[in-house]
Design a protein around this ligand. Sequence first.
Ligand SMILES: CC(C)(COP(=O)(O)OP(=O)(O)OC[C@H]1O[C@@H](n2cnc3c(N)ncnc32)[C@H](O)[C@@H]1OP(=O)(O)O)[C@@H](O)C(=O)NCCC(=O)NCCS
Length: 258
Amino acid sequence: MEKYSMVIPKVAGNPTICFRPIRPSDLMILEQLHADVFPIRYESEFFQNVVNAHDIVSWGAVDRSRSDGRSDELIGFVTARIVLAKESEIGDFLSYDSSRSDQTLVYILTLGVVETYRNLGIAASLIGEVIKYASSIQSCLAIYLHVISYNNPAIHLYKKMSFKCVRRLHGFYLINGQHYDSYLFVYYVNGGRSPCSPLELLKVAATYMRSGLRSVAARLRRNEEKMPRWPKCKETRCLITTQSRRNLTTECSECSCV
Ligand SMILES: CC(C)(COP(=O)(O)OP(=O)(O)OC[C@H]1O[C@@H](n2cnc3c(N)ncnc32)[C@H](O)[C@@H]1OP(=O)(O)O)[C@@H](O)C(=O)NCCC(=O)NCCS
């Protein structure tokens, strides 16, 4: 596909920011924005799914006050997907009824804002849209996401929005051959809550210890063998979440937030 030539907009005084669904006509700019703000490449299937709303919900931000004829062009975006609570990796951080198969979560896949529009509260508003959406789904108990451990602006934003950091995942991301930790953030909705009975807390502690042991074992193995044991992705600059059981093709086409 032809590369979209994005004009980096200058932000004049008080921009008029509006939020709207992402549409098929946003395809090229959406791809360009992801390429600009993330250190990884996403497959075109991911963008097709976003613009056609195939299992993905999304919101775009536009600056209606732009005078360069691009007042409907995306300057920010958030994409998310509904997952079943019982199939998610955060089951241990939720107090939910395992006999109910319909309970869901919203997983934030990507979030980004054009550099010249940052620190204006646009990402906070996009997250606000996700919170409103998740709260409107009765079966939804929480929103969650991963963020790479050095992404201070994003971590600051999630904490400001009352997301709770529930876990640090060692070596979660593999980017250009380098491992990075991630934080797992959760925002509870509709009465969803973290486990708090002694039994529930014991379960969380056991899971945490198991994952800690796995991480130590992985580090030891890595020291023993010089050859990387991590799965290779067909994309050279693709991110792989090494602790996920999802297959590589899916990882490359639907990466999590970094
Ligand atoms: C993270 C990102 C989406 C935030 O967008 P934004 O529109 O600037 O966000 P907001 O204006 O709503 O909030 C930004 C907050 O981060 C703070 N911030 C900015 N830079 C920071 C830094 N280096 N360290 C800590 N906080 C920082 C701002 O001060 C602001 O907080 P405040 O309102 O308390 O002052 C944007 O920086 C971005 O697109 N980054 C690249 C892509 C990315 O990292 N996405 C998230 C992946 S999980």
